[in-house]
Structures are given as structure tokens and as C-alpha cells.
Design a protein around this ligand. Structure first.
Ligand code: PRP
Ligand code: HPA
Ligand code: MG
Length: 179
């Protein structure tokens, strides 16, 4: 275990099992179609990479980078597009892939933004849902795990850009968050 980690919430095996189930569910729901997975950088990249290897229909990827958290553990509420999609999503079956839905502000913005581009359908898939902190009601179609109100890192999620490469989801020791 990393020396900065206080506890592991979800271990590698738990994550891999659940990601496999989500992939199977998406495969079943979109039979006969192709899908465009829109990964929200940077946090979702590891989840997306594992998820798509469990999907057995034609699957395309694109990416957006937005930022609402900056360096801290509290959402600024202001979402900025840092990198937009490469191609049009018009007429495509789009699934937005997130690592976590916390306040929901990032996803609220993304959903509005994506709807205006005219996809054939639009769904949301997130690895983690932290409902206690929600500020806006967001429809989540595929959710890996519900987690308690704690700031988590690992499997793509960062604190000040660190710890994304941990293979599990963990809570850091309090002294690390205080800096
Ligand atoms: O529901 P919310 O309260 O809006 O929080 C969720 C968003 O915050 C994090 O992104 P961040 O801005 O930290 O960018 P990152 O993925 O590059 O770390 C996370 O990856 C989600 O996109
Ligand atoms: O708990 C979290 N960890 C990392 N990034 C986040 N962005 C929103 N919530 C979180
Ligand atoms: Mg972050």
C-alpha cells in the first residue's frame, strides 16, 4: 500500500469485476449499434481503457478535458473546456464516461453541452457516484459504485494531480490533504 494511503475503499479485484459487468451491460443494451465513448480527461482515462475492453460491439472513442477542481478538493462550480472533441457527435450514440460524479456540476455542464450537438442518444457511465455531495440532479445510466462523502484518489482520480496511477480507490491520510 502507498505510504500516503489511509484506507483502500475498492481494491483492484472489486473494480475489475464491476467494470466487466458494466461492459457486459452496455454490450447488451446497444446490440446492433455502434457507440461513441466520450472520456472526460484526465480522470476517466483508466476507467475508459478497462471498460472498452469489456464491450463487444463496435466502439469508438473521443475525449474532452474540462476542469472544475483545479488543485483542491472543492469544486469551483465553474467548468472550463480545456480540450474539445475531435469530431462531431451528430447522429451518434454517445456515452459520456466519467470517473466520479460528486456535486454533479461537471456533468450537468457536459450534458447540456453535448445535447446541443445533436447525438442520436446520450447516456452517462461513471465508475463512482458520491450522492451525499450532489448539488444538481443528474441522470446516471451506468454506475460502478456508490461511495461515501470522502475525497478519494487512485484509478485515474487525483489530488493535486498525484495518485492517479494507484490501481485501487483509496482515501489519503488527513495530513496529506492538509498539505
Ligand atoms: O461532480 P463534480 O463535483 O463536478 O466532480 C466531478 C469531476 O471532477 C473531477 O475532475 P477534475 O476537474 O478534477 O479534472 P481531472 O479529471 O483532470 O482530475 C472528476 O474527474 C469529474 O470530472
Ligand atoms: O473524491 C474525489 N477525488 C478526486 N477527484 C474528485 N473530483 C470530484 N470528487 C473527487
Ligand atoms: Mg481532478
Amino acid at each position: 500500500m502507498h505510504p500516503h494511503v489511509e484506507k483502500i475503499l475498492l481494491n483492484e479485484q472489486q473494480i475489475q469485476e464491476r467494470v466487466k459487468q458494466l461492459g457486459q451491460q452496455i454490450t447488451a443494451d446497444y446490440q446492433g449499434e455502434s457507440i461513441l465513448m466520450v472520456g472526460i480527461l484526465k480522470g476517466a482515462m483508466i476507467f475508459l481503457a478497462d471498460l472498452v475492453r469489456n464491450i463487444e460491439i463496435p466502439t469508438f472513442f473521443d475525449f474532452m478535458a474540462v476542469s472544475s477542481y483545479g488543485a483542491g478538493t472543492v469544486s469551483s462550480g465553474v467548468v472550463r473546456i480545456l480540450k474539445d472533441l475531435d469530431k462531431s457527435v451528430e447522429g451518434k450514440h454517445v456515452i459520456i464516461v466519467e470517473d466520479i460524479v460528486d456535486t454533479g456540476l461537471t456533468l450537468q455542464y457536459l450534458l447540456e453541452n453535448m445535447k446541443s450537438r445533436g447525438p442520436a442518444s446520450l447516456k452517462v457511465c461513471t465508475l463512482l457516484d458520491k450522492p451525499d455531495r450532489r448539488k444538481v440532479d443528474i441522470p446516471i445510466d451506468y454506475n460502478g459504485f456508490r461511495i461515501p462523502d470522502e475525497f478519494v484518489v487512485g484509478y485515474g482520480l487525483d489530488f493535486n494531480e498525484r495518485y492517479r496511477n494507484l490501481p485501487y480507490i483509496a482515501v489519503l491520510k488527513p495530513e496529506i490533504y492538509k498539505g
